[in-house]
Ligand binder design. Structure first.
Ligand SMILES: Nc1ncnc2c1ncn2[C@@H]1O[C@H](COP(=O)(O)OP(=O)(O)OP(=O)(O)O)[C@@H](O)[C@H]1O
Ligand SMILES: [Mg+2]
Length: 272
């Protein structure tokens, strides 16, 4: 059985793509088969998983799959990305990559049934192949994010423990409640809120996390992800944090192994 999560916050730079890519590595380390769908024309998830579009040798991407609007067409655009386990042995993650051309799909939003185009692209080939599908979205609640919301079982909101970011999280929560039916995905639910980039256990950040617990009781997932420069190193190098054998790298790997277990438990509970 496949569980799909769309990762969202219409506030930019809160760590959505960091969570998608490192959680994908975490799930793959735990032996899960993972597909990452990059729905952001910035293509940050694609690059951080080691993929880039080569104009000399163009291949289909999510942009072509959405444009084609045919059942199952996403399968033709899948690429496999390599990573490593803690012991250095190889692991792989499948990716439906993005490129800036995806921006051109936004103007197609008015076509009848346009919001269901990712659903169609994923139809017929993902169920037997993957345990998890993680969908990365741009910092917006517009058409591209709606493609992801229409195609996912649940939503994972990523937020920094700061006012503007939490306001973005609340918008996503309210959007799901108001529009899941409009997206022909009435069972879409808020699976959890991942707090990222914690800089201090006291003061403003603690105050904001306490407030978040009141806004969305029981939805704040553990562990909270600290702000660490090893993260920027990993995203710059398109690497898993397990590639960093420093104390910070090991701590972040542990954090992600714990978050992976949390996400696997969430999926199990939802399947009951
Ligand atoms: N826990 C963290 N510690 C340190 N740096 C982080 C952490 N999480 C993310 N970053 C860095 O912060 C920047 C923004 O993160 P990221 O790109 O993941 O955010 P985003 O929400 O996906 O952004 P966008 O809205 O543009 O898609 C990146 O440079 C990333 O490496
Ligand atoms: Mg991003």
């Amino acid at each position: 059985m496949t569980t799909s999560y769309v990762v969202s916050n219409n506030k930019g730079g809160v760590g959505k793509t960091a969570v998608v890519t490192q959680l994908a590595f975490g799930l793959a380390r735990a032996g899960q088969k993972v597909l990452v769908v990059d729905l952001d024309p910035q293509a940050n998830a694609s690059r951080r998983l080691g993929w880039s579009f080569d104009h000399a040798n163009p291949v289909p991407t999510i942009s072509e799959a959405i444009k084609a609007n045919e059942n199952g067409v996403g399968e033709d655009a899948v690429v496999t990305c390599a990573g490593t386990h803690m012991d250095g042995s190889p692991l792989s993650i499948d990716l439906l990559p993005s490129r800036p051309d995806l921006e051109n799909r936004i103007s197609e939003a008015g076509a009848v049934g346009a919001q269901r185009r990712l659903v169609r692209a994923l139809t017929g080939w993902t169920d037997d192949r993957y345990d998890f599908i993680l969908i990365d979205t741009p910092p917006s609640l517009g058409h591209l994010t709606q493609l992801g919301l229409a195609a996912a079982d649940g939503v994972l909101i990523v937020t920094e423990p700061e006012f503007d970011s939490i306001e973005g999280a609340v918008r996503v929560r309210d959007f799901i409640e108001a529009h899941a039916i409009d997206l022909a995905n009435p069972s879409l639910y808020l699976a959890g809120i991942i707090v990222s980039r914690l800089r201090s256990q006291i003061g403003e950040h603690k105050f904001q996390i306490d407030g978040l617990e009141e806004i969305a009781p029981g939805k704040v997932l553990q562990p909270i992800i600290p702000e660490r420069s090893v993260y920027k190193d990993a995203s710059g190098a398109a690497a898993s944090i397990t590639d960093y054998r420093t104390a910070a790298g090991r701590t972040m790997t542990e954090v992600y192994d714990q978050l992976t277990a949390t996400i696997q438990n969430l999926a199990k509970e939802a399947a009951r």
